[in-house]
Write a protein that binds this ligand. Structure first.
Ligand code: NAD
Length: 491
């Protein structure tokens, strides 16, 4: 039985610096549970002084500990022990995650926490499988490259999958020998503190992984601009990604990895398996109630298949099980905040005002619910200029457009701004291979939608959906810099 009582949980508080929780004297901000809007804890806002303490502590720990100097296998051993502890404390972590975020306990226990442990193991395995190259120089010279960690990496995470997103950042940076200062979202601050405690229990030197709490403009900005931060890795909205690039440019031209917003199409051709496509489309928009960067929010379907697909998808989208995130039976997530709920509702209403046809949803899920649950919504008859088609809604809202031929389908699938992911459904291999090349997106899923546990496949966006990759060898290598060496050996 995974149900738990929120009031009985022991909640960590403060920042995590130098291996321990640290209180903050400044006025905290209240944090609310998305499931019912109740205040359950508070989060401090690290000012520039606290951020400085965390970053300098991380820098000193990275320099003085064995983390980067020891045989990389020893670092991998600690990371694996950390992953084992995460698995062993799955319930504790999952409860903290479910309490404060939109992740239902069954999903946090069955997927988020085990996935985090597997992410750490994947990058631990890469720790001793990289190095430089010997360059083909003239005989009197010896040239080679060596890879080295940056030192301190700033990681800034969003609220939608707090532990999973933090893991994408932490695991490659730490495996490469860096120290990390993580700022979780101020809306979902607590699970990262428990994660940091487990790192110490696993044997990670104090200071290698620090957590500072706070909002974006105060804490996040101070972290990005700190002179001892050598690299920034961020997941969140495109607007914040742009602010972070500016901060990087103004404070030292630090390399940035940015995983940003999306508006991903589900392109269904007339020869697709309609039942399979409907399952993928429904899952792709209902997961975390659409609060997923790769949410498949734009259905672009061949006119011949449209009626059947909509009938199947509507039926699937009408079968959700909302509820508090601390009940095992809950399958459908609340919206993170009333502000986000109002934004979703206003985008739906304005799109209807622009001429869209509301097929289902467009309203709160249950009038007597205190939490912000939004009904799965389908908007048909839309055009590319309408609000819910242009904007990342970040809610369970699917728009529907139809096409006659491949060219038209591809044109509708393209988004002017975002290029994160796309799903395409066809039984024609040639068509799949042809259309994959034409889609300007970072990830294409064919006859499936969503990530697997193939951590070797990198993920990242084109256009304004991001720069660089999370996961894969690419994410690991992005946390290392290459030094070139040339030695005269002729004399
Ligand atoms: P957000 O941009 O509002 O916040 C993300 C993080 O940035 C938070 O920790 C926030 O405090 C911090 N932040 C805000 N302003 C900052 C600043 N000026 N300097 C430094 N840090 C700052 O995003 P969100 O609402 O938390 O998350 C939702 C967004 O994240 C969506 O757009 C979604 O598509 C995107 N996302 C992308 C991916 C991906 O892999 N591409 C994955 C998950 C979420």
């Amino acid at each position: 039985m995974l149900d738990f009582y929120p009031a009985t949980l022991e909640l960590p508080k403060g920042h995590f610096i130098d291996g321990a929780l640290k209180p903050d004297p400044n006025e905290p901000i209240a944090v609310r549970r998305p499931s019912d809007g109740a205040v359950y804890s508070e989060v401090p806002t690290a000012d520039a002084e606290t951020v400085d303490r965390a970053v300098r502590n991380a820098r000193d720990a990275q320099r003085s500990s064995d983390w980067a100097k020891q045989a990389p296998r020893a670092r991998a051993d600690i990371l694996r022990r950390w992953a084992d502890l995460i698995d062993r404390q799955c319930n504790e972590l999952a409860q903290l995650e479910a309490l404060g975020s939109t992740r239902p306990i069954a999903q946090a226990t069955g997927w988020d926490v085990p996935y985090l442990a597997k992410t750490i193991r994947f990058f631990a395995e890469l720790a001793d499988k990289h190095g430089g190259d010997v360059a083909p120089t003239a005989e009197g010279q010896f040239g080679f490259t060596v890879t080295e960690p940056y030192s301190v990496v700033a990681a800034i995470a969003p609220w939608n999958f707090p532990l999973v997103m933090a893991g994408w950042k932490l695991a490659p940076a730490l495996a490469a020998g860096n120290a990390v200062v993580l700022k979780p979202s101020e809306l979902t601050p607590l699970s990262a503190l428990h994660l940091a405690k487990l790192a110490i229990e696993a044997g990670m030197p104090a200071g290698l992984f620090n957590v500072v709490q706070g909002d974006g403009p105060t804490t996040g900005d101070a972290l990005c601009r700190h002179p001892d931060v050598a690299k920034i890795t961020f997941t969140g909205s495109t607007a914040t990604g742009a602010a972070i690039m500016t901060a990087s440019a103004e404070s030292g031209i630090k390399p940035v990895t940015l995983e940003l917003g999306g508006k991903s199409p589900q392109l269904v051709f007339e020869d697709a398996d309609a039942a399979l496509a409907a399952r993928c489309v429904a899952r792709g928009i209902l997961g975390n109630a659409g609060q997923v960067c790769v949410s498949g929010s734009r259905l672009v379907v061949h006119r011949r298949l449209q009626d059947e697909l909509l009938e199947r998808t509507t039926a699937l989208m009408s079968q959700v099980t909302p509820g508090p995130t601390w009940r095992e039976a809950t399958g459908f997530s609340p919206i993170i905040s009333t502000k986000q709920f109002d934004r979703i509702d206003s985008l739906v209403k304005s799109t209807v005002g622009q001429g869209a046809e509301l097929l289902i949803g467009g309203r709160p899920l249950a009038a007597d619910d205190e939490g912000a649950f939004y009904a799965p919504t389908i908007l048909a008859g839309v055009t590319g200029e309408m609000d819910a088609v242009r904007e990342e809604v970040f809610g369970p809202v699917l728009t529907v457009q139809s096409f006659e031929d491949e060219e038209e389908g591809l044109a509708l699938a393209e988004h002017p701004v975002y290029g994160l992911a796309a799903g395409l459904y066809t039984s024609d291999l040639s068509r799949a291979l042809r259309t994959i090349r034409r889609l300007e997106v970072g990830t294409v899923w064919v006859n499936r939608y969503g990530r697997s546990e193939d951590f070797a496949i990198p993920t990242g966006g084109f256009k304004r959906s991001g720069i660089g990759k999370d996961l894969g060898r690419e994410a690991f290598e992005a946390n290392l810099r290459k030094k070139s060496v040339l030695i005269d050996i002729g004399h």
